[in-house]
Ligand binder design. Structure first.
Ligand code: GLU
Length: 304
């Protein structure tokens, strides 16, 4: 398969979409990113790498890091994690309060902000220094020791955290946050602020593409069955209120973030990271989604 040639032709095909969508601006520091960037990197399990565009420019991962938080929380809690959250698509926005109230403080899935706040509570409760454990894991997964939190983005998000604070309070009211709300929120914003390039992100997701092998990184361990199930949750819940559309158009498990990144895996074959800051109305990268749609169309490879 000549992935490089396919990437070149995708770049030509997506050019008309270059100005479509709008970057996230509800976090002030994200509004300052140049929206006219696009990059992609594919890492195969055989060790090949194919890349194009701004694939070495770091960007804010935002919700993509919920995948790493899930790996840590599952490793620590096992199936007990599902006593505190579900694994169903929500059909609502990632930061919606309505469903959480109706369902008595039990988040539908770990990739909603509410689910991630419960996972943050687990990690704060169980780990002596959750920030250090988290960054250590992502550095190991990406093979890049210089990856770090972006303190300015974390501070910027904290300064306007009206909705996430409301979600955390509702969770606390229902007993689904055990620790101090401010501590949990601070850790959550730090997680969201991590920056990586497509190159580093694709590398980090190889662990999920390699679903037949157990996960064992930086002291966090999952069975191959748990890795497979993480991919299942990415497939059904990884794209906000557009998981069905992403399944339909792309057909790969993955996770998006409001920084415009998408990481996805073709289990047993490759991991891929794509980035374009302009988002559609549902919060997914316009260029990112189209790129992956064309990738699975041209390669005729998807999980379906
Ligand atoms: N930090 C962002 C928030 O909580 C993450 C959103 C996202 O990427 O989905 O709003």
């Amino acid at each position: 398969m000549d992935y490089q040639q396919i990437l070149e032709s995708i770049r030509r095909d997506i050019t008309p979409l270059e100005k479509e969508g709008k970057q996230a601006d509800y976090i002030p520091a994200l509004a300052a990113v140049n929206p006219d960037q696009w990059g992609i990197c594919i890492n195969t399990l055989k060790g090949e790498q194919y890349a194009l565009g701004d694939w070495q420019v770091p960007f804010s991962l935002q919700s993509i890091t919920k995948v790493f938080a899930l790996a840590m929380a599952l490793s620590l809690e096992g199936d007990n994690l599902w006593l505190r959250m579900g694994k169903e698509p929500s059909g609502t926005a990632f930061n919606s309060l309505i469903q959480l109230e109706l369902e008595h403080g039990k988040p539908r899935n770990p990739f909603l902000n509410s689910g991630a706040l419960v996972m943050a509570d687990v990690l704060v409760e169980r780990l002596g220094n959750p920030e250090a454990s988290f960054i250590n894991l992502v550095r190991q997964l990406s093979g890049c020791p210089s990856i770090d939190f972006n303190f300015e983005i974390a501070r910027s998000e904290h300064s306007v955290a009206y909705l996430n604070t409301a979600i955390a309070n509702l969770l606390k009211y229902h007993g689904n946050i055990h620790g101090d709300i401010d501590r949990v929120l601070r850790f959550y914003f730090m997680i969201c602020s991590v920056e990586m390039s497509c190159e580093q992100l694709a590398h980090a997701f190889l662990a999920f593409a390699n679903h037949r092998e157990p996960f064992d990184h930086a002291g966090f361990a999952l069975t191959s069955s748990q890795v497979k199930r993480m991919n299942a949750i990415m497939q059904t819940c990884g794209f906000y209120d557009e998981a069905g559309e992403f399944s339909y158009l792309v057909g790969l498990p993955g996770k998006s973030g409001v920084g415009g990144g998408i990481a996805a895996v073709f289990p047993g074959q490759y991991s891929v990271a794509v980035w374009g800051p302009r988002l559609n109305a549902k919060g997914n990268s316009v260029m990112g989604m189209k790129t992956l749609e064309l990738l699975t169309t041209h390669t005729r490879q998807s999980i379906f």
